[in-house]
Unconditional design. Structure first.
Length: 378
């Protein structure tokens, strides 16, 4: 083989080894469809080139050149197209990946860094920024948040504040929301009645509602269904017209013959004072009796205990609670009639102090009573 032919053959092999990538770039890999990873194309091109040059010499040289060129082409492309290391799996080889620990599924640029932007310019990409509206210049943590920022100055950092617009000075819970001490759904800063008992329905001001609009809230109202416009006493029960409580009725007669004791330790049963069944609501006939009692208490100035009693039927606990409410109802009426509240106390004893056996209807009736006991004379 002449020198010129040999040089031409070596040149062809050199071109094959360094330029086969450009050749196979237009010959797709039939198995994967990838246009840049097909060593078979390089081998074929190398065989053709080297074999063509060798054919100038003779068939034997042509065959040798084709084999040698094919092997060199395969090797060159295989080396060029070997998969390079990519630790974070973002498609950018580690040797050129500036952000080699990018989270999975993050869109990256040619340098391997996120390209989703940084809206607030705090250095934390939006895809990782949990506080994407941080003011410019604010020092932030890895989440893009200022760990000490507290916009509403309630002592709870914004990152943990579930109520970030709490009014200044409000007492808040660890989550940044206002306290509701009585659990009525109204925060303490707006609650005019912060001690509302559990289960009591409260209005927008946090105070117990007044269902019958009689001026007495449900929590104090012993007669919660008073008719509209009715005049009521401090317990929310209707006050009968003056004409119905003057002398002439059986109740008035009872009041006239009933003398309230003034000696400490003395007691009396308020005969004629009765209530609606299972209720602390006074029956109308009771009012004239209590009017007479109120007049005597105002005059004597003695201090008394208003005690409620029941029979032994039913639950003792329920009976005690009912007798307590009835005693309070009588006290409230007497107070509304001018007897100083400081001179009276109310106590419900339930079935604990019977005055007759509970074995008959008559005995039970005697045990259901309200008494006055003088605890201090004037």
């Amino acid at each position: 083989m002449s020198l010129i032919k040999r040089v031409a053959l070596l040149g062809a092999v050199a071109v094959l080894a360094t330029g086969c990538a450009s050749i196979n770039s237009v010959v797709p890999d039939l198995s994967t469809g990838d246009t840049f990873k097909n060593p078979m194309a390089c081998a074929a091109a190398g065989a053709l080139l080297a074999g063509g040059v060798g054919a100038v010499e003779n068939r034997e040289v042509m065959a040798i050149g084709a084999v040698a060129g094919g092997l060199l082409g395969w090797w060159a492309c295989d080396q060029r197209e070997k998969t390079q290391a990519d630790a974070d799996g973002d498609g950018v080889p580690d040797k050129v990946d500036v952000c080699a620990d990018t989270p999975g599924n993050t869109k990256v640029g040619a340098n391997g860094c996120p390209v989703d932007g940084d809206t607030d310019g705090d250095g934390v990409p939006d895809s990782m920024d949990k506080c994407a509206a941080t003011p410019v210049g604010t020092k932030v943590d890895e989440n893009g948040c200022n760990p000490v920022a507290d916009a509403d100055a309630d002592g709870v950092p914004d990152i943990a504040d579930l109520c970030p617009n709490t009014e200044a000075g409000a007492s808040v819970l660890p989550n940044g929301c206002e306290k509701d001490s009585d659990g009525d759904g109204i925060s303490d800063s707006r609650d005019r009645c912060p001690g509302t008992p559990a289960g009591v329905k409260a209005g927008g001001d946090g105070c117990a509602v007044d269902s019958d609009n009689d001026g007495v809230s449900d929590i104090l109202d012993r007669c919660a269904d008073t008719k509209p416009g009715a005049k009521v006493d401090a317990s929310g029960c209707e006050i009968m017209a003056e004409s119905m409580t003057k002398s002439g009725g059986a109740g008035a007669a009872g009041a006239g013959s009933m003398e309230v004791p003034t000696t400490a330790g003395a007691s009396m049963v308020l005969t004629g004072v009765t209530f609606e069944s299972g209720s602390a609501k006074l029956k109308p006939g009771s009012l004239s009796v209590l009017d007479g009692v109120a007049a005597q208490l105002r005059s004597s100035g003695v201090k008394v205990e208003v005690s409620g009693h029941s029979d032994a039927s039913g639950s003792p606990a329920i009976n005690r609670a009912l007798s307590q409410r009835r005693a309070e109802s009588v006290l409230a009426y007497l107070a509304a009639k001018g007897v100083p509240s400081a001179n009276m106390t109310a106590k419900g004893y339930g079935p604990d102090k019977p005055v007759a056996p509970n074995t008959s209807a008559e005995g039970k009736a005697k045990n259901r009573r309200v008494e006055l006991q003088v605890i201090e004379s004037q």
